[in-house]
Design a protein. Structure first.
Length: 325
């Protein structure tokens, strides 16, 4: 993400080849490496694949051409995920197990859906009600730092979809943060302009969540904004094509393309860090940071206009509710 004081970020002496070209060439190798490492270590293959695509640009083309490079990086990242998530492993596999740090403020319950299933769920299982609610920072921090691929906490409004009203661990969660995209200063030049915009800064769903949880969660979030933050008339979010994201959930929720912005990845001790983390480092430590060695595809900023889509009855946000079994 492009932030204030960006001039403090060290630029490379020269660009190496486009990442999209190399990514297409190694796609099969990366997929196999992620599958094997995820199975061997016991972590989510989907999450490991995101981590692998995020970290491979730190290697030069000659390093990636080494037969063991991709496999060893996949194994390293899988072991890191396992260690990072170990204290909260039950969040992935036991949806009804309570956690003492979770604090939720419940909204009204939601009706059952039309027979959608969790991955691997057998036919004939009992359907339970899903529940939309806001989550405290303590919940969001664990998900942001230990489960979301970026690995960094963002403050804001945290909204979740839970398997029932009494559940404490969300199936899916999103965070709405203040508008801070300096690339868009010409479009939102004043504090008043920016006050009417929120950034969907984090979006996450556990593997056990129903397939359309993200689209449904966003629909409920739109209704929540209309009721709780009526001054907000625009949402923005980032889509990173370098990780293979296509934006299908955003398309299903009627987001539209806005602008593209350039990006670079930063790494400390071999691990990805955000620009916020980078800019917070003391100068001595910042000198140890390394950067992606390719010309990455620009990040795509998408927008969702709330003013023209939402109505007092929230009809525009009503979507098929995913059922939890």
């Amino acid at each position: 993400m492009m932030l204030r004081n960006q001039a403090a970020i060290v630029e490379p002496e020269a660009w190496t080849p486009a990442w999209a070209t190399l990514r297409a060439r190694i796609d099969g190798l990366v997929t196999v490496a992620a599958k094997e490492a995820a199975f061997a270590i016991g972590v989510s293959e989907r999450d490991l694949l995101k981590q692998l695509w995020l970290h491979l640009p730190r290697f030069s083309p000659s390093e990636i051409d080494e037969p063991r490079c991709i496999r060893e990086e996949a194994r390293r990242l899988a072991e890191r995920l396992l260690r990072l998530r170990a204290p909260f492993a039950h969040w992935e596999s036991q949806p009804d197990r309570a956690s003492p740090i979770v604090m939720c403020h419940s909204s009204s319950g939601l009706r059952n859906g039309a027979g959608l299933k969790l991955a691997g769920q057998k036919a004939g299982a009992t359907v339970r009600t899903l529940h939309f609610a806001t989550c405290a920072d303590e919940v969001a921090r664990v998900i942001h730092e230990r489960f979301h691929y970026i690995g960094s906490f963002r403050r804001g409004h945290h909204l979740g979809l839970f398997p029932s009203e009494g559940a404490t661990i969300p199936l899916a969660m999103l965070t709405l943060s203040p508008m801070d995209i300096r690339n868009l200063d010409s479009i939102y030049p004043t504090a008043d302009d920016r006050s009417r915009v929120l950034v969907l800064s984090r979006l996450f769903a556990f593997d056990r969540a129903p397939r359309n949880s993200i689209s449904y969660l966003m629909g409920q979030a739109f209704r929540w904004i209309h009721a709780e933050l009526p001054e907000i008339d625009m949402l923005l979010t980032y889509l990173n094509p370098n990780l293979g994201f296509t934006g299908a959930a955003y398309q299903a929720s009627n987001w539209s393309a806005f602008v593209d912005v350039p990006t670079r990845y930063a790494y400390l001790a071999g691990n990805y860090i955000t620009y916020r983390t980078l800019l917070s480092l003391p100068a001595a430590r910042r000198r140890a940071v390394r950067y992606s060695q390719y010309e990455l595809e620009p990040l795509k900023i998408l927008r969702y206009g709330l003013a023209r889509r939402l109505h007092p009855d929230g009809a525009a946000a009503k979507r098929e509710l995913p059922a939890y079994y």
